[in-house]
Write a protein that binds this ligand. Structure first.
Ligand SMILES: Nc1ncnc2c1ncn2[C@@H]1O[C@H](COP(=O)(O)OP(=O)(O)OP(=O)(O)O)[C@@H](O)[C@H]1O
Ligand SMILES: [Mg+2]
Length: 267
């Protein structure tokens, strides 16, 4: 049974895709079977994981049942991935009836949830039906934010969406925490942002992760070289931070809780 983790924040450019790709690579390097899912029509996750070319079926083909999910999954060296492209922006999910359209991703994943140890979902910078589908199927949510003031504005909307999902389609959804990204501990701004992030975390009943991801040029360089960050710059600060982050979340994930929920997803 997979542990399903969504990386989400409706703010753009905060590090959702970077974090999703690093989690896929980092967790897979520990020997786990990992599936990354790109639910963003920008289609960046594959690129960040070193996937070349974008031919073949995408997650949209599997969501719309044009192909079986297994046929849309691409195999990378470390892990598997369901890619997306711009066609996902008109997914057609909204044409399904309420009560069904929130569960399209969950239904799609049913044949493979027992195969993977972890499924990591990258989401668009929006709170739309795709995001809701990710929240509906997930056990855990990680909210990355960039260490600037603007990335904190508007997070009350995110809180409302999480509340609504917890009260309607997925009472098991748990926000694991806020991940501060692009962090530079020497600046006063970063310290202010951290304080605000703590207050925000309180409001959504979560915490700010102890691990912060520092600002580092290798993160931006890795995709340009067609590699994931772990193989591109194994000794970089970013890799060190993401390894620490993966250790930190491993302590938080309670398998028993997941196992119980698992039976609900797979039947
Ligand atoms: N810690 C970091 N240090 C330096 N650059 C970073 C860091 N994290 C992310 N970046 C860069 O910031 C940009 C945005 O990151 P990313 O694409 O992961 O954000 P996103 O939240 O997925 O964006 P979008 O909302 O558009 O999907 C990218 O160019 C990425 O390489
Ligand atoms: Mg992204």
């Amino acid at each position: 049974m997979s542990i399903i983790i969504t990386v989400s924040n409706q703010k753009g450019g905060v590090g959702k895709t970077t974090t999703s790709a690093a989690m896929c690579a980092g967790i897979a390097r520990r020997g786990a079977k990992v599936l990354g899912i790109d639910l963003d029509p920008q289609g960046n996750l594959g690129f960040c994981m070193g996937l070349e070319g974008n031919a073949g079926p995408t997650v949209l083909d599997a969501l719309n049942k044009r192909v079986r999910v297994q046929q849309a999954i691409r195999r990378l060296e470390l892990c598997d991935i369901l890619t997306s492209d711009i066609t996902l922006s008109s997914s057609g999910l909204e044409r399904l009836e309420p009560g069904k359209r929130e569960f399209a991703l969950r239904d799609m994943l049913r044949p493979v949830v027992d195969y993977y140890d972890y499924i990591i979902i990258d989401t668009p910078p929006a709170l739309n039906l795709l995001t809701i589908n990710a929240y509906t199927v997930s056990h855990f949510l990680i909210i990355p934010m960039a260490a600037d003031i603007l990335s904190l504005v508007g997070l009350s909307q995110l809180r409302e969406t999480i509340d609504s999902v917890q009260h309607s389609v997925n009472k098991h959804l748990r926000v694991l925490g806020i991940l501060v990204n692009k962090y530079n501990k020497r600046t006063a701004l970063c310290r202010d942002v951290l304080e605000m992030a703590e207050q925000l975390a309180n409001q959504i009943n979560t915490k700010v992760f102890v691990t912060k991801i520092r600002n580092g040029v290798s993160i931006a360089e890795a995709p340009a070289h067609g590699r994931d960050i772990f193989s591109y710059a194994p000794k970089s600060g970013a890799v060190q931070d993401y390894l620490e982050f993966i250790n930190e979340i491993s302590d938080d994930i309670h398998l028993s809780e997941v196992m119980q929920y698992g039976t609900e997803i797979s039947h």
